[in-house]
Design a protein around this ligand. Structure first.
Ligand SMILES: C[S@@+](CC[C@H](N)C(=O)[O-])C[C@H]1O[C@@H](n2cnc3c(N)ncnc32)[C@H](O)[C@@H]1O
Length: 263
């Protein structure tokens, strides 16, 4: 475990998070970072299994804390008319915008697109076009706020996805529970919440830069969601094979699906 004197919160990401190095290190091939064996394929497979049948669909999907990344909405994007991506850090939002606008030097999502399309029998160029057409906004968010999109009030969503953001953004379990409450308020009653996260992680690295992570247990997350009245439909876990890797110390990666109670 690596000790931090202060938890690296959103403001730290503005100046220290290298969006391009992050994608290069963790998303340049479908299996993800070499030290985090099968992490990304597990995530992509879970998302594909959840969304590809088309059972979950609706008007609006919000991805909270997207970073510079679009992988978390690839399987869902064909089933929601309007997609909002978001992040605290401007450098991350800028990289997404560059990719959406086909700007020169934008990030390369081809290997990940190709993998998802192989799973789903789709064409990568069609999937890319669908996503680019459906992303309507890339907004600033701060999950520490009661309304993460303050001063904007977003129309309620049918689905909210958040991947590896809450444990990176929240310095303690109280902040995590409050952030989860704010994120779930973005959903319609009966809406679908999808969380991808890590259990037992205290740090991760982007190149040599360390970032803190709130160490979570499965029980912490189940209790937080139960407190909000959510029913968990799936809690899929892939334990880490090698905790001695140098890029992070996660014990497991998880993918969970939960429903907001109907009013
Ligand atoms: C590990 S990255 C995850 C990015 C992406 N969702 C993924 O799955 O790869 C953590 C992200 O959380 C964002 N973040 C940190 N603090 C935040 C906050 N208070 N509100 C929203 N996002 C925050 C960072 O800017 C960063 O993009």
């Amino acid at each position: 475990m690596t000790e931090f004197t202060t938890f690296t919160e959103g403001e730290f990401y503005e100046g220290h998070f290298d969006s391009r190095a992050y994608v290069k290190n963790f998303y340049s091939r479908p299996s993800g970072h070499a030290d985090e064996k099968d992490f990304l394929t597990f995530v992509l497979r879970c998302l594909s299994k959840l969304f590809s049948a088309g059972e979950h669909r609706g008007k609006r999907l919000i991805d909270v804390g997207s970073g510079p990344s679009i992988h978390s909405v690839l399987s869902a994007c064909g089933h929601y008319d309007e997609i909002v991506l978001s992040d605290f850090a401007q450098n991350n939002r800028r990289e997404i915008e560059k990719w959406l606008n086909n700007q020169e030097g934008s990030l390369d999502w081809k290997p990940v697109l190709q993998y998802v399309c192989e799973l789903e029998g789709k064409s990568p160029s069609d999937l890319e076009a669908t996503l680019k057409q459906r992303v309507k906004e890339v907004l600033k968010c701060d999950v520490r706020l009661e309304n993460p999109f303050y001063p904007h009030t977003l129309e309620a969503a049918d689905c909210v996805i958040t991947s590896l953001c809450l444990e990176a953004a929240c310095k303690d379990i109280q902040t995590y529970c409050r952030a989860l409450r704010g994120v779930t308020k973005l959903l319609h009653p009966g809406g679908l919440l999808v969380i991808i996260g890590v259990l037992g992680e205290s740090f991760y690295k982007v190149d040599e830069q360390l970032f803190s992570c709130l160490r979570l247990s499965q029980n912490d997350i189940e209790e937080a969601l139960a407190g909000l009245g959510f029913s968990i439909q799936e809690f899929n876990i892939l334990p880490a094979e090698n905790r001695e890797n140098s890029v992070s110390d996660f014990e497991a990666v998880f993918h969970l699906v939960a429903r907001k109670p109907s009013e």
